[in-house]
Design a protein around this ligand. Sequence first.
Ligand code: ADP
Ligand code: MG
Length: 441
Amino acid sequence: AGCPQWVPQPDVLARAELLSERFERAYGRAPVGVWAAPGRANLMGEYIDYSGGMCLPFAHQYVTLTAAAPRTDGVLRALSLQDADESVADHRLRTTPVADIAPGAIGGWFGYAAGVAWGMQRVASGRSDHPVAVPELVLSRDFGADLMVDSTVPIGAGLASSAALECSVALALFSLSTGDDAPDDRLRRALARACMDAENHIVGANTGGLDQTASLRSHAGETLALDCRDFEAARLPADPSAAGLTWLAVDTRAPHRLADGQYSSRREQCEAAAVVLSVARLRDALPEHPTEDAAAAVLERFDDLVSSGATLRGNPEGVRLRLRHSLTEMVRSVRIADQLSSVDPDWALVGRLLVAGHESMRLDCQVTVPELDAAVTACLDAGALGAKVVGGGFGGSVIALVRADEADALAASVCASFEEHGFRDPLFLTLTPSAAGRRVR
Ligand code: ADP
Ligand code: MG
């Protein structure tokens, strides 16, 4: 197809109609509705959600759709139009009694969907880490559903297809169970927690809630300032399109390498640093408004404590690098949030902070791969204001802040750079800050 290749803008209503038809062919009855939830980009705040830092996500316009109809026999069934499980036939029907969903019981992609029903029960009864029980999320004993999902989010590209899947299923199940198609922010918070529990405990991915919050609580044209201490989400109104700029994503299509264990080990290293500093989580080592000076002072204190014999779990150099990433990332998040809450943001400064964020992901967090670094370099060489890896790294995507009328030329030079390196052709998307998950049909 040649490079650059752009991922087409999703036509959500057309996809919903097609999905309804396929649902009816597969299950022999029409769905009662279709719900859609988006993936996300994150401008800053990687690998700090579990440390209580601030993240700056926005939902983009690529969504996962879930068509659904209720059952009254306590059984959940699901089909995906992107069934990625290569060990089974295409579009295999997955099925489980809702009561049997438990950690370790559901393998493959179905864990993301079925896990949501489990997470909802957990949040409903107050067994989750959610601050209060939310009885609205309870599913009755005979509750069941037929589901069919269709994703327009590139899968495994760091743009949160997993959260889009969970959150669209959550909105569908919640609506089937309660009849409520317009959950308020309190309920969306609870649903995000249910999705996070699904990913943490049923899928077994140790993620911190950023993706699910963005998918369920974002607003069109805005970025969220998500305080991961308490999941308060402030709305940042600045939209780069008003300045002739746009967010460009480069999906490097680099194969994921070692991702799972690496993510958990980063988290453990941050926890080890927090123990040395005698704080519950690293965010607590910084003042209410984190600054570069404060971050440097904490790092110095850490060095003093270690050299005076504080016991430290893990490799000291690794723990120190992860600490430095976490502290500087928390400061960069606040600095970008300051810009995005002003009427006239300094986009050049935002761009420089993005680049600093990427460098920290490369050198201190150590989660980039050559394709990600090459994509950032190529974007900057071609005139982007800034660029950085988005999400957990080890493959996935880069997001760049670019002049809208230069996006095509910029993509072409990324293609040229990838060809020179002998990398696979990347894919390109322009990302628009978009609304949170909702019913679409
Ligand atoms: P990301 O969230 O960045 O896209 P993850 O590795 O977190 O990457 O999630 C990708 C996984 O989510 C896939 O391997 C698959 O199991 C699941 N997934 C996402 N969308 C779908 C879908 N439409 N159908 C089936 N599985 C999906
Ligand atoms: Mg994911």
